[in-house]
Design a protein around this ligand. Sequence first.
Ligand code: CP
Ligand code: NVA
Length: 313
Amino acid sequence: MSAAMPNSHFLDLKDLPSEVLRHILDTARAWKQARAGLPKGAVDAGAPLAGHTLAMIFEKSSTRTRISFEMAMQQLGGSSVVLQGGTMQLGRGETVADTARVMSRYVDAIMVRANSHDTILELAREGSVPVINALTDRSHPCQLIADMLTLEERFGDMAGRKVAWVGDGNNVATSFIEAAVRFGFSLTLACPDGYLPSEEALKWAKAEGGTIAVTNDPVSAVAEACAVVADCWVSMGDEDVDARMRALAPYQVTSEMMQEAADGAVFMHCLPAHRGEEVTAAVIDGPQSVVWDEAENRLHAQKAILAWCLGKI
Ligand code: CP
Ligand code: NVA
């Protein structure tokens, strides 16, 4: 076992108290505002992570996560190393534990996008630097800090508000459930049988006193919701493509469905999106969509996550 710093990992929202998540979110907002108008590669005042290096391991594809983490380290005055899991010795059988120990000697933090959540847990357990979950088969917590920033930019404090998740009860849905508990909003997930949200996450949310509902009916789910959230129907690693398309077809977010939500409701999607599947082009490219703000906010959210992991905030 390593002498990993306590509370220094960012593995899942459920592992962190609301106060820590609030602090990360407030920092993200403040730092976003503070650098408004600067060129994107300019370093933030004070270069909070000067001299620090982040290694990123990708076992799955990425556009937003990779670029936003790289730019985050650049803006914080640090540097980054990008590694494709398949080209590392990890892909040839070197153990996760040995990889964690070796990488901890070279870099200050490790970001991982892993096929299996167990990989992230083992890296965190066996390494001696902070580990950040950048999506696994279980969850996508970095996305939710960006999504919370986006929601609060529109609505302020989300406590007591309602959000609707429509579609597959997948990894992002699990992080939404955890966010609902930690930030005190109510979440209704409309998912078909066979693609329901994680029972483990729902059980945890219930024990924590969260207000989470699950239904098969998207129209009732979006009623009174200030945000309607969708994600792809086929996540990376999913193989039952045809069955998913059939089961999820009634869960497409349409303009008609958006009209059932609260006045001023927004549409959210972590991207990449598939127009004509989980959402129509009219919705994602229409006035209610906040998906580009959401994508931008990955950068600001992750800067605060990195700074927290490394003890700078
Ligand atoms: N939303 C998200 O994580 O996007 P990428 O898969 O492009 O990183
Ligand atoms: N649920 C999707 C999210 C992509 C960012 C996936 O895991 O592929």
